[in-house]
Structures are given as structure tokens and as C-alpha cells.
Design a binder for this molecule. Sequence first.
Ligand code: LLP
Length: 417
Amino acid sequence: MPRPLNNTETALTAANLLPLAQHYSGPFWAYDASVIQQRIAQLNQFDVVRFAQKACSNIHILRLMRAAGVKVDSVSLGEIERALAAGYQPGGEDIVFTADVLDQPTLARIAELKVPVNAGSVDMLHQLGAVSTGHAIWLRINPGFGHGHSQKTNTGGENSKHGIWHSDLPQALEAIQQHGLRLVGLHMHIGSGVDYGHLQQVCDAMVDQVVSFGQDLEAISAGGGLSIPYRVGEEAIDTDHYYGLWNGARERIAAHLGHPVKLEIEPGRFLVAESGVLVSQVRAVKEMGSRHFVLVDAGFSDLMRPAMYGSYHHISLLPADGRTVNDSQKVESVIAGPLCESGDVFTQLEGGKVETRALPAVQIGDYLVFHDTGAYGASMSSNYNSRPLIPEVLFENGTAREIRRAQTIQELLALEL
Ligand code: LLP
């Protein structure tokens, strides 16, 4: 602790986290604003950077994005209301609503606010068109292939529910014309954790779609999906190369249409993953046959990624007494949480195979820090086992402030009492 962060300086140091860990009597999330700002700056060649807020939807993180000129992608009524609470304006290009389904309350609010819709089904176009003529529309295309760090994050191809199937674009266009909707652009997001090989393929597919679609457009969106180096030594994505490939596609499209076209990118993970950590406390250590278990007070109700996808997060030891860690005496450990469920293990592969991690000798009361949990960490937490949501803290300009307090047990029970 701390782990080297691709040469990025971070406020998430042992010296900064230990006092917070001592202050809270349970696990908490901490974020470093400067890491987010550096990641935003890396994408400044794109005309629009649109944050997929599902990765980390805390209003204070959204305010930070807005202050840096980043637009936002919302996928539910709750996310739209979060964006508004953070100061984003409805009606223009600040907020785009991306989904494959429009439920009734969301449809009513979107029609009222005139939030542009990135439609993932032709039915959405009919439902929206019936109540809101002239509404701004993006079409999310499923190009027939996809890719992701897990099958569960692959959003293209015929096993994915996402987007409008590429050959159904004429039906989408018919619905747009029938209801007098206003087409803004085409969008493709083929999955999360996409590699360069697939990137060229998706850029080419975007060009092909625009050409065969035969409609005028103002913009295209590259979607999100940029990966980050979760394992020490893994290479960080080359954002210039990424931009270069997409800009090439944009130029081919602009030449075809005969006018400039805006290029949007819509990352979640890339902007926030490396900015965050989850700090938990070691509460028990035990041997189970040949296995050495280290049990902490955070579970998959807090950080779901390892249980859901077998995702790897770097884990480091933060000694409670400030002692120097002896790295030469590591113990292969299974690291698990407090939930009453066998899958509550942080060291597992997709499919549930339990793995071990080499950890320096821990003492009860020490802290374990789960790195790169700024994306899909707090935002995927639940109340499973009736455990309240844990606090979030943001380091910014040399100070730390709580940006979400802990949920109380009373709040947990309130909806039922
Ligand atoms: N745009 C759309 C339409 C999306 O569906 C997503 C992610 C993104 C952008 C942002 O993708 P990113 O840049 O973060 O890869 N919970 C999973 C990731 C699921 C992402 C779902 N959609 C995880 O923890 O890895």
C-alpha cells in the first residue's frame, strides 16, 4: 500500500487512509478526484466525453465530471434525477438516456424534460414517438458481434439483449419518420473491457452502418468499454491510439456525408476505476484444512465484481498499528467477507473456483485495501443480508470529505415499517 498507479500520483496513501479507517467502525470507499481529472484530460481529443454514470453515480462525482466539461449517460430514472441534482441541464446534450426499454414513469419524465434518448429497441421509438414528437434520438446498434472482460459484460452479438440489430435499422428509421422524431446519431457499445483488435472491427462496423443506413447524422458515439490495468504490470490503454482509430472512422463518415461529424466517447470504468479503493478490516483468520482464510468486514454486498465476474482486484495490507510490512513472509490466503453465502469470496475466478492471494502476515484489526474499485464498486452495492450501504469519502485539493454517509439500520427497515 499504496500500489503504483501507472505513474499517477494519488492521495490514496496509507497515511491518508489510516485515520479514516480508524474513524469509521466499518468498511468505506475512498476516491481521489485528481485521478479522475487526469483520466478526463487523457480523452480531451474527443468532441464529447460522456460519463457512463452507472460506474459511479454519486452526485459529488457527477459534479466533478460536470465541472470538467464531461457530459453524462443515464440508464434509469434514478440516474437522470442524479444528473439533474448534480447540475446537468435537461433538453440539450448534457444528458442522454440509454436503454433497451422505456418503463412508464421514465417515459413520462423523459418526454417532460426532453432528454435525448439512445434507443436500444424499435418499440422504444414507437412509445416515445407517441408522446413526444420531435424528440432527439440516438440509435444504439448491435453490430452482430461483441466482446467483454466477461461474457456478462459482452453487449453485442445475438446472445446480447442490447441495441437494435444492425439489419433492423430500416424499421428504426421508419419509426423515426412515422413519429417525426429527430435523429442525432448512431452509437455502438459492444462491451466492457474491449481490446484493440475488436476496436478496429467496431470502427469499421460503424462506418459500414452509416454508409448503408443512408441517413444524415450529426454525431457518432464510440460507446465505452475502455479497460484499465487491474493487475500490477498490465499495460494501460493508449488513449491516443484509441482516439486515432475512432477519428479515422469519423473522418471516413464525414467524407461520406460531406460535412463534419461529432465524435463522442462514453466511458465509465476508465474515468473512475483507478480513483477508488475499498477499505475493510480483518475480523477473523482461520485455517480450513489446507486453506488459510482471512475474513474482512466488507462483502459482495459492497464489492460485487469478484463474485459476479471473477474479477481481479489488487489487495494490499494497511497495518492498523503502522508497522512496516514484511513482504518476504507472505501467506497464500483466501480472502472472504462476512455474508452468509459461500460465494462471498474476493479471490475467485469466474465460475466460482476459489483462488488464493499471497498476503503478508495480517493481524486482527489490520485493514485490507481493495484497489481500482472506483468503477462498479459502490454503484453495484446492495443491502443483501440486511447490511446498510457504507460511506464514501472524496479526497480533493488536499482534503477528505464524506460524500455519502453510511445508511442506518433504521433507514433499511423504514420502507417496511
Ligand atoms: N455505454 C453503455 C451503453 C454501456 O452499457 C456501458 C456499460 C458503458 C457505456 C460503460 O462501459 P465501461 O466504459 O465502464 O466499460 N458491471 C460491469 C460492467 C458493466 C457495464 C455495463 N455497461 C463491471 O463491473 O465490469
